[in-house]
Design a binder for this molecule. Structure first.
Ligand SMILES: Cc1cc2nc3c(=O)[nH]c(=O)nc-3n(C[C@H](O)[C@H](O)[C@H](O)COP(=O)(O)OP(=O)(O)OC[C@H]3O[C@@H](n4cnc5c(N)ncnc54)[C@H](O)[C@@H]3O)c2cc1C
Length: 290
């Protein structure tokens, strides 16, 4: 099935886009976390969101979640690992799943994790973002797993079930992963090493671990890994007033398009992106706008 729209990200921007697409009866898929946005839930008190004075981020998330439920909005709980332009549509890889959509709304928030030196150049040459897609390639081998959140631990455990040896780099508190072949590394990784393929991980203290592959399990992907041809400006997705990017049919909304990082901007841009997508699809099909 080819969806008309794929909305990526379940924060305020993605929710606003999905809500408007649902109200306008569009055929779309909404991909992200069913917990919506960890970041959006962190605000202790929000004073600048119109109509909801003194609400907390957690309460706002709960209100979004309740409204999504009432509206029958379904979330496909996955991380999108890569988006590939394919003529008049886009192919999205998410875990071991594959989706196709005519248009894409990127609502992925800011990328908090810096890409490690060497990482981008070695994607597909030993660097992977997807345990279920690429884990099988490392059966019986030595890998490093750099994991930024406890909720990805089950993916690391899956990898430990395949690899002979796992150097585990948890970048969060109280990691619980263990196993005979798992070595938890307390030092941070400072670079991924290799020429044609990954050969090792450099540690902040200067040491090196020899590995065959590196899995980076994170909340969000660097844009250069997710959709390399997307136009950026100062580390954000460059958009016009209609939230269109440089790629036909690809729109962006929320923190990923730049400052100010605010809920109201995110929901406003999500709304605009949804309407722009609808206009784009209608034009492509010579239809009148709803
Ligand atoms: C402590 C704190 C306090 C704040 N206080 C305020 C305030 O008082 N007022 C205010 O206006 N703003 C405040 N903010 C900012 C506000 O939270 C953000 O502006 C808002 O959450 C942006 O929404 P977004 O949808 O653009 O991105 P996000 O909320 O970051 O959501 C993006 C979502 O996309 C997901 N995602 C990313 N990549 C992928 C992928 N490849 N596949 C699938 N899903 C993906 C992420 O996991 C996340 O769930 C605060 C933020 C923080 C951290």
């Amino acid at each position: 099935m080819v969806y008309d729209v794929a909305v990526i990200g379940t924060g305020p921007a993605g929710f606003s886009a999905a809500l408007n697409l649902k109200i306008l009866g569009k055929n779309f898929i909404w991909i992200g976390s069913r917990d919506l946005s960890e970041k959006a839930g962190k605000a202790e008190r929000i004073d600048n969101y119109p109509g909801l004075p003194h609400i907390t981020g957690r309460e706002l998330n709960a209100a979004f979640s309740a409204q999504a439920g009432e509206m029958g909005l379904a979330i496909t709980e996955q991380m999108v690992n890569s988006i590939v332009p394919m003529g008049e549509k886009y192919a999205l890889m998410a875990g071991s799943e594959f989706y196709e959509a005519r248009t894409v709304i990127l609502a992925t928030g800011t990328v908090r994790t810096a890409v490690l030196p060497g990482e981008s150049a070695l994607v597909g040459k030993g660097v992977s973002y997807c345990a279920t897609c690429d884990g099988g390639l490392y059966r019986g081998k030595t890998i490093a797993v750099i994991c930024n959140a406890a909720r990805f631990e089950h993916e690391a455990a899956f990898l430990a079930g395949l690899a002979a040896k796992v150097y585990y780099f948890p970048v969060y508190k109280d990691p619980a992963l263990s196993g005979e072949n798992v070595e938890v590394v307390k030092e941070r990784a400072s670079a991924i090493l290799g020429e044609e393929r990954v050969s090792g991980v450099k540690l902040r203290g200067g040491g090196t671990l020899a590995v065959d592959g590196v899995f980076c399990l994170r909340d969000s992907l660097a844009l250069s890994a997710l959709l390399p041809s997307i136009g950026t400006e100062d580390g954000h997705i460059a958009v016009d007033r209609g939230m269109a990017t440089n790629l036909p049919g690809v729109y962006a909304a929320g923190d990923c398009t730049g400052r100010p990082y605010q809920y109201a901007k995110a929901v406003g841009e999500g709304n605009t992106a949804a309407h722009s997508v609808i206009a784009y699809l209608a034009k492509a099909r010579n239809e009148l706008l709803p």
